[in-house]
Design a protein around this ligand. Structure first.
Ligand SMILES: *Cc1c(COP(=O)(O)O)cnc(C)c1O
Length: 463
C-alpha cells in the first residue's frame, strides 16, 4: 500500500476555464529546429515547443476578471477611463503618486535613464538586468554592481541574496561623489541572481544611507509581490504582515519604480513608470509622448491598462502568490532531490540550473548554459533560456566576454499556465540530460548582434 499522505498537499487557487492544446514533437524534428535556430532558444518557433519555460514575461494566464475587464476597454485617445483605474490601482497597492504608462518595462527604463542620467554618471544597483543596464549605458552612465558577494555564489544559502552591500555602496559614493550618482537602481526579486529576494531590513538601511547623501532610489518593481512573499516567509517579524502591506512598505522606501507589468501584474503586455516627484513626473509625461504615446495610454490600449489594473490587484493576493512561488519551489525541490545543481535558495519565478557545475567540461567562452538550454530542448521539447556569458555581453572597455560568475539556464514558470504534471515532465527531462551530460558540447558564435546579443545570436557546435 502507498504511504498515507500527511495532509500537506496544496492546490492552485483556481480552476481552468479554457485550454490551449500543446503537442509533443519527435527528437529528429527538434534536432532540425535547434540547428535552424542557431542553437538559440529565442529563435525557435513556439509551435515547435512542448512546454515553454523560456520566460515568465507576458506569458501568464489572465483571470476571468481580467478578461471581463478587457471588454470594458475605453479606447479614447485621451483620458481613457482605464488609465484612471490603473493609476488608482498603483496608488492603492504600491503607493507611488504619479504614473506614466508605457508599452513595457524597458520603455520606462528608457525614459527614467534619459531624464536622470548625465554622461559620466554612476548608477549603483543590485546586480544588473540586461535592458536596465543597457538603457543606463545608452544615457551615458556606468552601472556599478553593489549586491552582496553571496549573490554571485550559486551555492550560498543566504536567504536574501538581492541585498545591497552597504560598504560597496558607501565606497562608491565616497569615490565618485554623490553628485555623480543620479539614483540607486534597486530591484526586488533579482532576476539575474536567480529570482532572489531583498529584505526589508536591508532596504531600510540602504534608504538611510542614500538619504544621507541625497540620492533617490528607483525601484525595479517587476516582481515586487513575489519578493514580498519571500519576505513574509523568511524575514523575522514579517510573518503576520499581508503581501499588500509588505509591497507597500517596499515601495514607500523608494522614490519611484519602473515596471514590466508582463511579470507580476499577470498581463501579456504593459508597463509603467511611477514617481513621487512631481517635477520629474512632468518631464516623464512630456517625454512619453515622443516615444510611446499620449500620457494617458503610453504604449497600451485601454483594454490592456484595465487588465494591468486588475492583474496588479490579483498579484498581491496571498493565495495567488503562495501557489505561484510554491510551484517554482516544487520543481526546484524535485531537481535538488536528484542532486542536480541549481541555484539555492530556490527563487521566485524560475529554477536556475548551474551550468558550470552541470557541464564542467565546457569552458565558459563556449557558453555552457547556451549549450545546455539547447540540449534540454532537443531532449524534451522544453524551452528554457540562457542567463550567463551570452546574456552578460562584452565588457565595453576590453571587448572581452564578461564571463560572469553565474552561468545559468533558467526554467522560468509562467503564472497560472502549467500544472504540477508539466513540472514533473520538465524535471524528468532535465534529469535525462543530467545523466547524459558528458556528451553535451560547447558552442561558438556564427552571428553576434551588438545589443542584447542573447536575443538574436546564432551559434554552431564548437568542435
Ligand atoms: C522583464 C524585465 C525588465 C524589462 O521589462 P520588459 O517588459 O521586458 O521591457 C526589467 N527588469 C526586470 C527585472 C525584468 O525582469
Amino acid at each position: 500500500m502507498a504511504e498515507r499522505p500527511k495532509k500537506k498537499s496544496w492546490a492552485e487557487p483556481f480552476k481552468i476555464k479554457m485550454v490551449e492544446p500543446i503537442k509533443m514533437t519527435t527528437r529528429d524534428h527538434r534536432q532540425e529546429c535547434i540547428k535552424e535556430a542557431g542553437y538559440n532558444t529565442f529563435l525557435l518557433k513556439s509551435k515547435d515547443v512542448y512546454i515553454d519555460l523560456l520566460t515568465d514575461s507576458g506569458t501568464s494566464a489572465m483571470s476571468d476578471n481580467q478578461w471581463a475587464g478587457m471588454m470594458l476597454g475605453d479606447e479614447a485617445y485621451a483620458g481613457s477611463e482605464n488609465f484612471y483605474h490603473l493609476e488608482e490601482a498603483i496608488r492603492k497597492h504600491y503607493g507611488y503618486k504619479w504614473i506614466v504608462p508605457t508599452h513595457q518595462g524597458r520603455a520606462a527604463e528608457h525614459i527614467i535613464s534619459q531624464l536622470m542620467i548625465k554622461k559620466g554618471d554612476y548608477i549603483p544597483g543590485n546586480m544588473y538586468f540586461t535592458t536596465t543596464r543597457l538603457h543606463q549605458e545608452l544615457a551615458g552612465g556606468n552601472f556599478v554592481d553593489v549586491i552582496i558577494d553571496e549573490a554571485h555564489d550559486p551555492t550560498n544559502e543566504h536567504p536574501f541574496k538581492a541585498n545591497i552591500d552597504l560598504q560597496k555602496l558607501e565606497d562608491l559614493i565616497k569615490k565618485v561623489g554623490a553628485n555623480k550618482i543620479p539614483y540607486a537602481a534597486i530591484a526586488t526579486a533579482v532576476n539575474m541572481a536567480g529570482g532572489q529576494p531583498l529584505s526589508l531590513e536591508n532596504l531600510r538601511q540602504v534608504r538611510s544611507l542614500t538619504q544621507k547623501y541625497g540620492i533617490p532610489i528607483i525601484h525595479d518593481a517587476t516582481r515586487v509581490a513575489e519578493n514580498a512573499y519571500l519576505i513574509k516567509e523568511r524575514e523575522p517579524g514579517c510573518q503576520d504582515k499581508t503581501i499588500s502591506q509588505i509591497v507597500h512598505e517596499i515601495c514607500d522606501l523608494t522614490d519611484g519604480c519602473t515596471m514590466s507589468a508582463k511579470k507580476d501584474c499577470l498581463v501579456n503586455i504593459g508597463g509603467f513608470l511611477a514617481v513621487n516627484d512631481e517635477e520629474l513626473y512632468k518631464k516623464a509625461q512630456n517625454m512619453v509622448v515622443i516615444y510611446e504615446g499620449l500620457h494617458t495610454y503610453g504604449g497600451m490600449a485601454g483594454r490592456d491598462m484595465e487588465a494591468v489594473a486588475r492583474g496588479l490587484a490579483e498579484s498581491v493576493d496571498f493565495e495567488h502568490i503562495k501557489a505561484r512561488v510554491g510551484q517554482v519551489k516544487y520543481l526546484g525541490e524535485k531537481l535538488l532531490g536528484w542532486d542536480i545543481p541549481i541555484i539555492i535558495p530556490i527563487g521566485t519565478h524560475g529554477v536556475f540550473l548551474d551550468a558550470k557545475r552541470f557541464l564542467p567540461h565546457i569552458d565558459q567562452d563556449n557558453f555552457p548554459a547556451q549549450a545546455l538550454a539547447a540540449e534540454i530542448y532537443v531532449e524534451s521539447g522544453v524551452r528554457s533560456m540562457e542567463r550567463g556569458n551570452v546574456s552578460a555581453g562584452r565588457d565595453a572597455k576590453t571587448g572581452k566576454n564578461r564571463r560572469p560568475n553565474l552561468e545559468l539556464v533558467r526554467l522560468t514558470i509562467p503564472r497560472r499556465v502549467y500544472t504540477q504534471a508539466h513540472m514533473d515532465v520538465t524535471a524528468e527531462a532535465v534529469l535525462e540530460v543530467f545523466d547524459n551530460r558528458k556528451r553535451v558540447k560547447g558552442l561558438r558564435f556564427t552571428y553576434e548582434p551588438e545589443y542584447l546579443r542573447f536575443f538574436q545570436a546564432r551559434f554552431e557546435p564548437a568542435s
